[in-house]
Design a protein around this ligand. Structure first.
Ligand SMILES: [Cu+2]
Length: 485
């Protein structure tokens, strides 16, 4: 491997050497049986594995022996989502994958190989939203089928086409985990191993989940996503965004031993190159700088929304994350079901807490109380793999949401909802938060914020219908409080 992971856009158009070698290695690994821990399918199944679905998709046959590694709670179904292990687990997953592909490239061509990243939020690159050409070409230069587009995506996709919610806003968050763990950059506290836990971190929600949904096909289903070769370039960029965030002054990483040494009840494990060589177990701290699963990047500024090393805090610092508090200041009365039509839900607020939130939101002087407001969608469940939901606040009666963009709170790609809703006793649906601080300020300025209540409208956009509805157990408003430092 060469030293630094690079932006795929800087490696040359079409079949540059890195992507041609990637294709050759992928083809060879994809031809290996799933019993090999370095096979393409085994690597994909480590993210998510559902035997019946894989059978339906013709990825395995009825008589394919399924390696015990995939079903005995060691290697299979490990991917961590809705959890503070999301970033560390995926970082080690990338490292292991990159080493296995690099070894195959070496064997086939003698070349070194490093996993590149897809810098889709690089505003200085007009082609940033385009999948690299090599991922959409029908054939390799020699005319044979292109393995990099072997598995399905949205039909005809050449570029991702984001709606309103695709952004680097997560990078403005200053804290990996806040207060009791309901909010933050990196996901909710889960001391134990949970493939899909309950609180989605800001970076995971957007751009991570968003890109999974926008590419679609296998990328839109956590049980299949790891099979699409573009998955790895996407996650490489997510990993780079985390690294950029950690290197920016004013950001507070988690130092809890539960995170550093976790999970508590089960070891994460990754395969290494070689024929079923023993895997390597690890904890989150092994993925940090100096750890055995750490890899550096060529650049942490372009397309990341931050300037590592430069003290330019985008958002007022609310003090030590452990001293900040997060409290619900209102919730709706009952679970809501969303089918093919938008659904309104009414939230009664504690008026004093709501008013004080509004009054302190804009605080910037050190020592002053400061607040932010969030909508929390708790225990969201459904059968589809990545439904898309738009969320609005205080829409005027009967208004067409599309015509009232100033009431738009955000979009949620519910990536992994099918996994998180499995009735296996291990899953409880997924939780999401949307920062509505700026929106509440806009509403206040327009005279449309009533501290006694809020109306939330959930608009189904994709993969939500009367036949395949989603349910939201509770919608609450969270007040995050701190002191400007
Ligand atoms: Cu992912």
């Amino acid at each position: 491997m060469t030293a630094f992971r690079q932006d795929v856009a800087t490696l040359g158009s079409g079949w540059n050497k890195t992507l041609l070698n990637y294709a050759k290695a992928m083809q060879a690994l994809d031809a290996q049986p799933i019993q090999d821990r370095t096979s393409w399918k085994f690597l994909g199944a480590m993210h998510g594995f559902h035997p019946q679905l894989w059978l339906n998709e013709n990825l395995i046959k009825a008589n394919t022996p399924i390696p015990a590694d995939l079903t005995n709670k060691t290697y299979g179904n490990q991917c961590q989502h809705g959890s503070w292990y999301f970033l560390s687990w995926h970082r080690a997953y990338l490292f292991s994958f990159e080493a296995i592909v690099a070894a195959k490239v070496k064997e086939l061509t003698g070349d070194d190989w490093t996993l590149p990243y897809w810098n889709y939020l690089n505003s200085s690159d007009p082609k940033a939203l385009y999948l690299p050409e090599a991922f959409v070409e029908k054939t390799l230069p020699d005319g044979s089928p292109n393995p990099l587009c072997k598995y399905p995506r949205r039909p005809g996709i050449k570029a991702i086409k984001p709606g309103g919610g695709f952004s680097l806003e997560a990078m403005e968050e200053n804290d990996f985990i806040v207060g009791n763990g309901n909010l933050g950059f990196g996901g909710g506290i889960t001391g134990d191993f949970v493939q899909f836990a309950d609180i989605t971190g800001e970076l995971e929600s957007n751009p991570h989940n968003t890109v999974h949904g926008l590419v679609g096909g296998y990328m839109g289903n956590a049980y299949l996503a790891g099979l699409d070769p573009i998955f790895w370039l996407h996650h490489c960029n997510i990993d780079r965004l985390w690294e950029a965030w950690m290197n920016t002054p004013g950001k507070t990483m988690v130092h809890d031993p539960l995170w550093l040494n976790g999970p508590a009840n089960r070891s994460f494990i990754m395969p290494v190159p070689g024929d079923n060589a023993p895997g390597v177990t690890f904890t989150s701290k092994d993925t940090l700088k100096g750890g055995k699963f750490y890899r550096p990047y060529d650049d942490l500024s372009i397309g990341t929304g931050v300037k590592p090393g430069v003290n330019a805090v985008a958002r007022v610092n609310m003090g030590s994350p452990s001293k900040q508090t997060v409290h619900p200041i209102g919730a709706n009365a009952a679970a809501v079901t969303i089918g093919s039509a938008p659904v309104d839900s009414h939230i009664d607020l504690e008026p004093t807490a709501a008013s004080s939130s509004i009054a302190t939101m804009g605080a910037t002087s050190p020592g002053k109380a400061v607040a932010r407001l969030y909508l929390a969608l708790e225990s969201v469940r459904g059968s589809a793999p990545s439904p898309l939901l738009d969320v609005y606040v205080n829409l005027p009666d009967g208004a067409n949401p599309a015509l009232v963009p100033d009431r738009y709170a955000g979009s949620l790609t519910l990536f992994g909802l099918n996994v998180a809703s499995e009735k296996d006793g291990e899953h409880n649906g997924l939780g999401y938060t949307i920062d509505i601080t700026d929106l509440a300020q806009r509403l206040t300025a327009a005279g449309d914020f009533d501290p006694n209540h809020l109306r939330v409208t959930l608009v189904p956009v994709e993969q939500i219908s009367d036949e395949a509805p989603i349910t939201v157990e509770r919608i609450s408003v969270l007040k995050r409080s701190g002191v400007v430092t």
